[in-house]
Write a protein that binds this ligand. Structure first.
Ligand SMILES: [Zn+2]
Ligand SMILES: [Zn+2]
Length: 141
C-alpha cells in the first residue's frame, strides 16, 4: 500500500490507498464484452481511498441506457476505474500489479460462458447482490 495502477499504455495511472483484501469476478454478458473474457476481476473501494495520478483527461466513457457504463483509456482501450454512485470507486484489478486479494465472490454466475470454470469463492451469486452497500463492506472486510 498504496497500490499503483495503470492502463496498458501507461497514460492513465492511479493509486488505491486502502487495503485490497477481497475481490470478485462478474460473469455478466456486459463484463464479458467489456473485457473480452469470461468475467471481469474487480473490487470496489471508498472514493476517498482512490486518487488519479495521470491521464484522467484521456478517459472515454460509454453509457448503456440500463445504467452500465464502461470507462476506458482512449489510447489503448484498457478498462479503467469508474465511480459507483457518489461514494465508491470500481477498480479493475488487472491494472493493479501489486494487489493480491482473495477471490471472495462471483457475480452473475447465471450468465457465465459454458467454457468458464469459476474458482472456489466464499459467495456465489446467480446475479447481483441485493444489498450493494453490504457487499462493499464485505469486500472491505
Ligand atoms: Zn492506455
Ligand atoms: Zn458484470
Amino acid at each position: 500500500m498504496p497500490y499503483q495502477g495503470s492502463c496498458l499504455c501507461g497514460t492513465v495511472t492511479f493509486v488505491v490507498k486502502s487495503p485490497i483484501n477481497k475481490m470478485y469476478h462478474c460473469h455478466c454478458s456486459l463484463c464479458q464484452k467489456q473485457g473480452g473474457g469470461c468475467a471481469n476481476a474487480a473490487t470496489i473501494v471508498p472514493i476517498d481511498q482512490f486518487a488519479w495520478q495521470s491521464g484522467e483527461q484521456n478517459i472515454k466513457q460509454w453509457h448503456k441506457s440500463t445504467g452500465f457504463s464502461s470507462h476506458f483509456c482512449s489510447s489503448c482501450g484498457s478498462p479503467v476505474p469508474n465511480k459507483v454512485g457518489d461514494s465508491l470507486m470500481w477498480i479493475p484489478l488487472g491494472l493493479v500489479a501489486e494487489a493480491a486479494p482473495e477471490l471472495a465472490a462471483h457475480l452473475w454466475l447465471s450468465a457465465k460462458p459454458t467454457w468458464s470454470i469459476p474458482a472456489k469463492a466464499e459467495r456465489n451469486y446467480a446475479d447481483m447482490p441485493e444489498d450493494l452497500g453490504e457487499f462493499v463492506r464485505f469486500l472491505q472486510s
